[in-house]
Design a binder for this molecule. Structure first.
Ligand code: FMN
Ligand code: SF4
Length: 364
């Protein structure tokens, strides 16, 4: 029988349990993406709290744009030394840490977005931000792919144990998958493998830069859940999962929805307060896990040890990522280790964004 608290290997790294802190933008970094002691303290608290692997909040890879204030940056080498400090502080507690890397695109909530140089698959006005990006030429796409490679190489240099490509939730890579935002007629638009081509190129570039034994993870939508407009579908995403598996991705964290999906369609569901509502993507993610060799993470509303143990032992899902519950209680994993029946305090109210920095109503 598999155990949530056992050690496992992800490519060349060993992780002490099957709990992962899902990437969480915490808005503690400086406007230029540099981090500070407040940031480091948050990560140290998480590491102390028992989680096996931490994913950082999304870090921007291009100096030209970023979708939110207070994000981490990783767009040049000046970041390497400070991230070494962050990584060392986390490693003191035998916790692993991976950096999530992103190119934002037109789905931006940054107040200065209109001054930024933002690319998209096509020049389609974003339904939420109102920003119309420049359509990326093939040369621009190559530059973006290289920036992902550079960012991953820097993360490795800084000592991060892995990188996660953010290809979910409506940011640039995710937008390429969404027919509403990708109207291209060249080899980056149209059929699903054309729309996913930029993602395949990012994976290949990163692998070239970090070598075969460094874990590469990806967070990617299995469904855009778009109500009015044409989004990525489950049937299409299955084809992507098969292909990225062949490309040697180590770990997949499936998610769903983007800010343009429509009312209520979000990756962070509200009111996940009964076991029936918890681990809400389990059916779809179970199917994905059954067809890939890569390790698969179940994300979204994981709040009950019994349910997660059951999923672990009856499906091919091997890891569980948590965002809001750990924002609320960074020591939740230790609490669960002592008492499997412990009920997390997070009430899934989604008021984490009401304050700067992002934080839980229970510990402001
Ligand atoms: C405050 C906050 C910030 C987030 N930032 C990110 C992020 O930087 N990258 C990302 O992929 N997802 C981000 N998410 C989504 C979470 O990683 C996760 O997918 C979602 O909240 C569902 O998991 P949960 O039910 O455990 O919260 C964020 C969520 C919250 C609440
Ligand atoms: S504010 Fe706190 S309780 Fe509400 S969803 Fe965020 S983490 Fe959970």
């Amino acid at each position: 029988m598999k155990n949530l608290f056992e050690k496992t290997a992800i490519n060349n790294i060993e992780v002490k349990n099957r709990f992962i802190r899902a990437a969480t933008w915490d808005e503690t970094a400086e406007e230029n993406g540099h981090i500070n002691e407040v940031t480091i303290k948050r990560y140290e608290d998480l590491a102390k709290g028992g989680v096996g692997l931490i994913l950082t909040g999304y870090a921007f890879i291009s100096k030209d744009e970023h979708p939110n204030p207070g994000m981490f940056g990783i767009y040049d080498d000046t970041f390497i030394e400070e991230y070494k400090i962050l990584v060392d502080r986390v490693h003191k507690y035998e916790t692993k840490i991976a950096m999530q890397i992103v190119y934002g695109g037109s789905q931006t909530e940054h107040p200065d977005a209109s001054k930024m140089n933002i690319y998209g698959p096509s020049a389609v006005k974003n339904l939420v931000s109102g920003i119309t990006p420049k359509e990326a030429t093939k040369d621009d796409i190559r530059v973006i792919v290289m920036k992902f490679g550079d960012a991953a190489a820097r993360a490795k240099k800084a000592g991060f144990d892995a990188v996660e490509i953010h290809a979910a939730h409506g940011y640039l890579l995710s937008q390429f998958l969404t027919p509403f935002y990708n109207r291209r007629t060249d080899e980056y638009g149209g059929g699903i493998h054309n729309r996913a081509r930029i993602i395949y190129e990012v994976i290949e570039e990163i692998r070239k830069r970090v070598g075969p034994s460094y874990p590469i993870m990806i967070k990617i939508n299995f469904d855009d859940l778009m109500k009015k407009n044409q989004g990525l579908t489950k049937e299409e995403s299955i084809e992507i999962f098969k292909r990225i598996d062949e490309l040697g991705i180590d770990m997949i964290e499936p998610s769903a929805a983007n800010l343009s999906s429509g009312e209520g369609a979000v990756p962070f569901l509200k009111g996940v307060n009964t076991v029936e509502k918890q681990s809400y993507f389990k059916e779809d993610v179970m199917n994905i896990a059954s067809i890939v060799k890569a390790k698969v993470i179940l994300m979204g509303g994981n709040k009950n040890i019994g349910l997660m143990e059951d999923i672990l032992n009856t499906t091919k899902i091997e890891y569980f990522s948590l965002s809001r519950t750990l924002l609320c209680e960074p020591d939740l994993i230790n609490k669960w280790k002592d008492n499997k029946e412990y009920t997390p305090k997070c009430i899934s109210c989604n008021r984490c964004w009401d304050a700067v920095p992002n934080s839980c109503i229970f510990n402001r």
